[in-house]
Design a protein around this ligand. Structure first.
Ligand SMILES: Nc1ncnc2c1ncn2[C@@H]1O[C@H](COP(=O)(O)OP(=O)(O)OP(=O)(O)O)[C@@H](O)[C@H]1O
Ligand SMILES: [Mg+2]
Length: 255
């Protein structure tokens, strides 16, 4: 299986997540193809993060959370992966940058490989430079790689987290409002990174920024009150959606 095969990256069938018995997302059927960028949009509390977290088995750690239905990641049922295997294939970027605070910039980037027990300095150097170049951070940090990650600005820390994810070369990258805390330049850097890398990765990005969704995504999925209202090409969703609810949301009539 190569990274560019035109096959579904993620398929969900009748996916439900409840917290304390209360549904957060219901009956989500989605098929997301590889090497595309999908934007997940919808008002606060509609289940966007819940959906994303299900794709990385992150609810397993949440008490009183129940996930039912089927998730296929790259032709394999999600439950057939070990945690380590899954994380090699599916990376996640959060709204708030979360670099390892006790580690240097360099060690953050290669941390995924270190954990896997791989020890080779030349390999680490190559991997780190490639990932930092791809996340658009290399020029800003190449002379300070040994400094603590937390000495970076927020926008730089977010790009460091992207580099850390890219370094393990996953297939799928989930991003939950990755630019909501960033300035316009850092936001643009992150968007450029996504745009440049989409031939190699499958991105799913949650955003409240309609312009961002329109700029960077190929496909848009609109969630409302835990349901998937509509999914389609971003152009269609933003110009000629099937559902009135979608039209009202993307045109800013409610939010
Ligand atoms: N750990 C949890 N425990 C209990 N309820 C939760 C938990 N996580 C999410 N929920 C509930 O699930 C629903 C969906 O939340 P979710 O965080 O997925 O929304 P969202 O669309 O990402 O919203 P936002 O745009 O504000 O980030 C909400 O009603 C929320 O209260
Ligand atoms: Mg959220």
């Amino acid at each position: 299986m190569t990274k560019t095969e035109k096959k579904p990256g993620i398929v969900t069938r009748n996916l439900n997540v409840t917290f304390n018995g209360v549904p957060a997302i219901e009956n989500i059927d989605l098929e997301l193809h590889r090497n595309t960028v999908t934007a997940v949009i919808g008002p606060s509390g509609c289940g966007k993060s819940t959906f994303l977290r299900a794709l990385n088995l992150m609810h397993d750690m949440t008490p009183k959370c129940k996930v039912t239905g089927q998730i296929t990641i790259l032709d394999k049922e999600i439950t057939e992966y070990t945690g380590v295997e899954l994380r090699k294939r599916v990376g996640m970027i959060f709204q708030k940058p979360n670099p390892f605070p006790d580690m240097s910039i360099f060690d953050n980037v290669i941390s995924g490989w270190k954990l896997s027990g791989m020890h080779n300095k030349k390999f680490y150097n190559e991997i780190a430079e490639k990932a930092l170049r791809n996340s658009d951070l290399w020029d800003e940090v190449k002379d300070r790689l040994k400094e603590p990650a937390i000495s970076l600005s927020g926008g730089q820390q977010q790009r460091l987290c992207i580099a850390r994810t890219l370094a393990v070369e996953p297939y799928i990258i989930l991003m939950d409002e990755p630019t909501s805390a960033l300035d316009p330049i850092s936001t643009q850097n992150v968007e450029n990174t996504i745009y440049r890398l989409k031939s190699e990765y499958t991105f799913i990005i949650v955003t409240h920024n309609m312009q961002q969704a329109a700029r960077i995504s190929d496909v848009t999925a609109f969630f409302y009150l835990g349901k998937l209202v509509e999914v389609g090409s971003t152009r269609k969703i933003f110009t000629n959606p099937d559902e009135k609810l979608t039209e009202d949301y993307v045109s800013g009539k409610f939010g």
